[in-house]
Design a protein around this ligand. Structure first.
Ligand code: DGJ
Length: 733
């Protein structure tokens, strides 16, 4: 890409004019990082730096020497034909060129941090582009996005490319870490050196963008990715629909162009209309991938999800326990059992609704959100009463964006589903599932009313599991006019966001889980309205190690629902002990997904102890800082991770035997998260036999030893499917 050479020349000129004129050099800083942009009235703006924190006074020595990091903040199509573009439009007269000149800038602070707003106007045509840069207070995350306004009086401006960001990343020995997957196998991590050319991370499914490639990715700057060393750029588009991130790699430069996937999504901007792109969030770490993850976790809890500062309840979900065979009696029994184990919440999953078409299989009933009185004669009230009797909270499953063609809803409103009118409907799950047309305000009202009715009629409901088991198959909106049909992928999500805004305005406190056939929506596009996501329908503890490892690169443990299920596992058939299953689930937001009635007395006794122990470390796991210690991908027979509080006084360490060959070396686990100057008392949280805890239990060890020499776990992890969950507390020796 030749852009770099020109940009360098421009930047060299700019550097002279910008230096010394503080109104033209803008340094946005967080605790540890800075983003530097230079502007000139009537011209373009340029990135100068994104990296470890610098002061305003450092700028003087900076210009002119940083020769591999600079770029136009909005590379636009038309005047220069080379290179990747963040913005390309077609004006009503057919002209496809843009010439943006900065007209004004505004910098201010708000409750989220600092905001730099640059306003550009095309020199000839009626397009105003506002570009925003935000530094999020108390985190090391920045973001950028654009707002495009047609200021003309007649004719639409077609948006052909409308990225949120075009960010340069320092070119060196760059490696890409990305996460891709499928149902039951989400967030699989892959790491490769970036060759010259282009890497594209993208999704086109419409609704579940995390099933393909998760929008979160990292670029290591100086060599093979490391957990705790080296500079790493982390980026994530805050959008749950189709997205595209292009990583354009040239000899001397890397540009990350990220935004809504514009393929088959042409937007027509009518006179007076404004289009806002989603935010692209990014961070820059000098502490390897772990630093990127900790920055995103902190940011996620504070800004990127609902109630990220709240401890989550330990729950039992009915799905794998009884599937759709719910009824008053069995729900009551399960509530009693989870209460007896020390759990705090019961969630009734799929199967509770439908009148004319009872939901006994996945072939019918979505859309008919009335209680099936055959299964639940006392209605939801009977269930909330039972929960009260057992001293726990109650939650319920819905899939509000969907219908089955076998439903009263579809019979009444066939025009409420995405469809193509003159073509037969492609139908998804159960052979009858279709997607509602959330572009239509009447459908938005209906989808809002599902949650609203449940919560107004049953204010005791404390938790909702919001599922989504389809992608957009029948591309067509019966509601949108023909010249807006190309906007469905975007308008659907805007409609969904409106519904969620209304739900959150009226029910700010209810906990809502984001589920999409498992982790299909494990992204920050929708998390701002949700408390957590269902990490995967695959509850096999061994495979969960990999899935949770992948998700942990961007999403904090408090957002990752992780449930103990039956053995043999329903998805993989794997048989692993209850301790291993708990030790894996306890490293996230612990829950259970099993019929307790079918558990052995030993399993129940263990579960009770493990739940009590989890309560002791819950604040550290859910709200603490995570250190990934040994990767399951390393094939070193052991995987390990830890969490520690901000003061490094309280920690939880998890270690798992992932492979077994007799008398082979078991790696030492170096605890990167502890304070070298403190001493820690170790406690075995989940001994299989409480009389015989791990040999590490009760030991007091210096943080320096734990960091440098590490824990020797060869005795505790000496056999297949063995694991450890340890609590560390700082003590005076
Ligand atoms: C898919 C979800 O991921 C499962 O947990 C469960 O809720 C089913 N849907 C119910 O149909």
């Amino acid at each position: 890409m030749k852009k770099t050479l020109l940009a360098l020349a421009v930047a060299a000129l700019l550097s002279g004019s910008a230096f010394g004129q503080s109104n033209r050099t803008h340094v946005l800083s967080s605790d540890n990082s800075s983003l530097v942009v230079t502007t000139n009235d009537g011209a373009a703006a340029y990135y100068q730096y994104f990296g470890p924190k610098i002061q305003d006074k450092d700028i003087a020595g900076f210009f002119g020497i940083n020769s591999n990091y600079t770029g136009n903040t909005i590379p636009a199509f038309g005047l220069h034909s080379y290179g990747e573009k963040a913005l390309a439009v077609k004006f009503p007269d057919g002209n496809m060129s843009l010439d943006l000149a900065m007209e004004s800038l505004n910098r201010h602070s708000d409750d989220k941090g600092e905001l730099l707003e640059l306003t550009f106007r095309d020199k000839v045509y009626p397009l105003v582009v506002k570009q925003y840069f935000r530094s999020y207070k108390d985190t090391d995350v920045f973001s950028t996005w654009m707002e495009l306004t047609n200021t003309g009086k007649k004719g639409s401006i077609e948006l052909l490319t409308f990225a949120s960001a075009c960010m340069p990343v320092t070119r060196a020995d760059n490696w890409l870490t990305q996460f891709h997957g499928a149902w039951g196998s989400e967030s699989w991590m892959s790491e490769e050196r970036l060759p010259n050319g282009q890497a594209v991370l993208a999704d086109k499914a419409g609704l579940r963008n995390a099933f393909g490639t998760n929008p979160g990715f990292m670029i290591s700057i100086d060599g093979q990715p490391s957990e705790n060393k080296g500079e790493v750029f982390g980026g994530n588009l805050l959008w749950s629909g189709n997205y595209k991130t292009k990583i354009n790699v040239d000899n001397n430069s890397i540009d990350v162009i990220s935004g809504i996937n514009e393929e088959t999504s042409e937007i027509a901007l009518k006179p007076g209309q404004t289009f806002v792109t989603p935010e692209f969030a990014m961070t820059y770490s000098t502490e390897g991938k772990g630093g990127v993850s900790r920055a995103f976790h902190k940011w996620g809890r504070k800004y990127g999800m609902a109630h990220g500062d709240r401890l989550h309840d330990i729950l039992l979900n009915s799905w794998e326990g009884v599937y759709m065979n719910v009824n008053q009696e069995v729900m009551d029994q399960m509530m009693g059992d989870i209460a007896a184990l020390g759990g705090e919440l019961f969630v009734m999953d799929d199967g509770w609704f439908g009148d004319k078409y009872p939901r006994d299989t996945d072939k019918s009933s979505l859309g008919d959100w009335m209680v099936n009185t055959r299964k639940l004669p006392e209605g939801i009230k009977g269930l909330t009463e039972a929960a009260k009797k057992h001293g726990i909270k109650f939650g319920i499953w819905i899939e509000p964006e969907m219908a089955n063609t076998t439903s009263e809803l579809f019979e009444k409103h066939p025009d409420w589903v995405l469809s193509q009118g003159n073509r037969p409907l492609s139908q998804g799950r159960g052979g009858t599932q279709v997607v509602l047309d959330l572009c239509n305000p009447a459908v938005q009202d209906y989808v809002f009313s599902i949650t609203d009715n449940l919560l107004t009629e049953n204010p005791e409901i404390a938790y909702i599991k919001w599922d989504c088991n389809a992608d957009i198959m029948n591309y067509g909106s019966p509601y949108l006019p023909k010249d807006e049909q190309s906007e469905i992928y975007v308008r659907y999500h805007q409609g969904l966001q409106k519904v969620l805004d209304r739900i959150r305005a009226k029910y700010p406190d209810v906990a809502i889980q984001l589920c999409a056939s498992g982790g299909g929506r494990a992204d920050y596009g929708l998390l701002p309205w949700f408390d957590e996501f269902w990490t995967s329908d695959n509850t096999d503890a061994y495979q969960r190690l990999f899935i949770q490892w992948g998700d942990s690169h961007f999403y904090p443990a408090v957002a990752q629902a992780s449930h103990v299920s039956a053995s043999p596992n329903h998805q993989t058939g794997r048989v692993v002990p209850i301790k291993f299953r708990f030790d894996v689930a306890m490293s996230g937001r612990l829950g259970m997904e099993i019929q307790p009635k079918n558990m052995t007395p030993e399993e129940l006794e263990f579960s009770k102890r493990a739940i009590a122990a989890y309560k002791d470390i819950r604040p550290v796991v859910q709200l603490g800082n995570q250190y990934r210690l040994i990767s399951p991908y390393d094939k070193g027979a052991v995987a390990a991770l830890m969490y520690v509080d901000d003061n490094k006084d309280h920690a939880a360490v998890f270690a798992y035997r992932t492979d077994y060959l007799h008398n082979q070396q078991v790696p030492k686990i170096r605890l990167d998260g502890v304070d070298p100057d403190k001493y820690y008392l170790i406690r075995d949280l989940t001994p299989a036999n409480p009389e015989r805890p791990s040999n590490l239990d009760g030991k007091i060890v210096s943080g320096r030893i734990l960091r440098n020499a590490g824990l020797n776990v060869s005795r505790s992890l000496g056999r297949p499917w063995t694991s450890l969950a340890l609590e560390l507390k700082a003590v005076n020796p």
